[in-house]
Design a protein around this ligand. Sequence first.
Ligand SMILES: Cc1cc2nc3c(=O)[nH]c(=O)nc-3n(C[C@H](O)[C@H](O)[C@H](O)COP(=O)(O)O)c2cc1C
Length: 362
Amino acid sequence: MAELVSQQSSSPVYRAACELAAYRLRDALTDKPFIEYDSSLRTVLLRCLPDEVASIAVCSAVDGSRALLHRDAVSGPGYVLDTATKTSPPWLKRCGLEPGWSRPYTDPDTQSVVISFVAPLVRDGKVVAAVAAGSIPVGARASKKRPAAPAWLSVTEPRLRSRLLYPNPVCLLTTWGEVDGSWRKNVMTISWLTCLNNDADVLLSINARRHSAAAVLSGRAFGLSVPTSDLAAMVLKIGACSGSKTDKLATVEGLAAVEADAEAKAGKGGFAALMSDSSDDDDGVAAPPDAPWFVEGCVARLACVVERRLTEGEDHHVVVAKITDASVREDYWDGKTFRAPHGRAPFLSFLGSQSFGHTVQS
Ligand SMILES: Cc1cc2nc3c(=O)[nH]c(=O)nc-3n(C[C@H](O)[C@H](O)[C@H](O)COP(=O)(O)O)c2cc1C
């Protein structure tokens, strides 16, 4: 309800005056069979309005008719009676059977968020009308809308997929790992990786002792997620424990999974059939889901599958994998280059000894 004369007070005196006004008006109307919007109503409204309060209103819950009396801020002292029927005022919509301060509502005239003191007129247990007095600004209500999630773009051309690894960013490699006969999501930090050409081929070096190694070598699809500097602490934690002993998703703070889109599911057959240590069916352990998954909060997602193994029996598995699907956060991609836009967190470059450099565009 518009408080057209600047009445910013939320003092106890002002509040009490609002309450008094509403109670007075309710009592004045309570025995009337219906509300007549004529000059006598103006007199009633005026009589009920204490000096401190600039506006008072009554609205029928039956037909939405209403009268609002407010001080005339334009033409000086005096009051204006407004009986134009608009939509039901917000304070009436939530009016209960007891008088009280309304919930915050946006005043349609001023667009500010306010509360008014509201008293219902109740007949046979139903609110047939309500009166409201005063208007106290309570500040903006928190928006219920969630901030829009960043948009993602699918990178379909292989040569452009390669570009997501041109900066050689530290990545999070995600797999399904087998622990005690069941499949669990696992993730490791990897920095020894680079794209090999513009045909979406990637070279990776994975220590044979990593729990992730068997899953990557199995020929099933795995994921690479590109984190940014704001995730550095999490990246180090992921790289400091093994999925053979730890359920990283349950223990690493901030780590959450994002499932691949249906079209990103890749990696069946092919290399898997050639690998001697691809042992899904050994011991009767059911095959894990074939879709890669990714790490939430990262800015690029690459679904990959190993195509060739370049080492045998050494302490590091050096493998060539193909990026079979990729998507990138729109703000980190200008159509050709993958880079952190000005003001956003950059990619990480591993310097050793738990420290990172940042990759920024010159
Ligand atoms: C910044 C960083 C980069 C790493 N890069 C590699 C890498 O390129 N290859 C590798 O085998 N291990 C790398 N590691 C170590 C693994 O991430 C780490 O041993 C991890 O715990 C393995 O997890 P897993 O046993 O669950 O597979 C890196 C660790 C960190 C912190």
